[in-house]
Write a protein that binds this ligand. Structure first.
Ligand SMILES: [Zn+2]
Length: 310
């Protein structure tokens, strides 16, 4: 029987995921600033409009079918907003439970077990009263590395994974090679490494590092593909594919319709980034480097399906 996966509009068969981007965001903003300043901080109606335009463009021009929205609770995960973008754009959205690299007072003194209970509850019973069930668990390590607080958060996600069987997406900081420590924690906690994506691997061209991470059996997310960097990124990916790792790589942009990273909604509209760079620039560049159509299909269709099927 085909495995099913939760999207914001209900379950779909994993075989029906189609062209999938493994890590994007509808919005990625500060929940506390939004809570305090509401519309002055972010105009949700404008955000939905912009998101629908961008995701509809990716569906029409690239055949995009499914997006994994990697927004955790502390980057303003709003499932009702994502639901409305999904309905209006015709793209499936899988949403995340879990947490970013967070040092708020709310997490510092709580135990991994205590925090995991909240994640487990929403994975089993739905996100508040939305009726939406998460399909993936998000965690992250930033530029402080895997310190005491971060390792607790990673453990909370490993406990949630154990309890729910949901796969994990782990944001890695390649400058500190954090994937090693993240994997060590997941391994010690008994996590299934074949159900883990180590993210942001497209930020580095250190093939030796990437290979050593892949050798643990996890997936690599080449999930920050940029119009200004895709040629370099394609070369690194082609090297790994030619070494035989093509079954464990997924792609995306880590882009958003609206985010807090220094631009307002108006100037953001002039951004050259969108959700089509993978299909329009990266995949053709891989073809140029001798990567076959069958292998290219794995990156956007077969590998996401295999990852969510386990
Ligand atoms: Zn992201």
């Amino acid at each position: 029987m085909t495995k099913k996966i939760n999207t914001v509009l209900g379950e779909i068969a994993v075989n029906d995921l189609g062209q999938t981007l493994c890590h994007e965001h509808v919005v990625c903003v500060s929940p506390s600033f939004y809570h305090a300043f509401k519309k002055n901080w972010m105009d949700k109606e404008q955000v939905v409009e912009r998101a629908v335009t961008l995701f509809t463009q990716a569906r029409e021009e690239c055949g995009l079918s499914t997006v994994v929205d990697g927004t955790p609770i502390d980057l303003y995960r709003d499932v009702n907003l994502i639901k409305s973008v999904s309905q209006k754009s015709g793209v499936n959205f899988i949403v995340s439970s879990g947490i970013y690299y967070n040092y708020e007072l709310a997490v510092r003194r709580k135990s991994a077990q205590y925090l995991s209970e909240f994640f487990i509850n929403e994975c089993k019973n739905g996100i508040l009263d939305s009726g939406v069930l998460p399909g993936i668990l998000k965690c992250a390590t930033g530029d402080r590395g895997v310190d005491e607080v971060n390792s607790k958060l990673l453990e909370a996600i490993a406990i949630t994974h154990e309890e729910t069987g949901l796969p994990i997406y782990a944001h890695n900081e390649h400058r500190l090679k954090t994937a090693y420590k993240q994997i060590e924690i997941f391994k010690n906690m008994g996590a299934d490494l074949e159900k883990i994506i180590i993210g942001h691997c497209s930020d580095t061209d250190d093939v030796e590092y990437l290979e050593s991470v892949l050798d643990n059996g996890c997936y690599l997310g080449f999930d920050r593909i940029y119009p200004s960097a895709y040629e370099r990124q394609a070369k690194t990916m082609a090297t790994l594919i030619k070494k035989g790792y093509g079954d464990r790589m997924v792609v995306s942009h880590d882009f958003y319709a609206y985010g807090d990273t220094g631009v307002d909604l108006v100037s953001h509209n002039n951004s050259k980034r969108d959700f089509t760079t993978v299909h329009k620039l990266l995949l053709p560049a891989l073809r140029q480097l001798g990567i076959t159509d069958e292998q290219i299909r794995k990156l956007t269709v077969d590998n996401p399906q295999a990852y969510f099927s386990k």
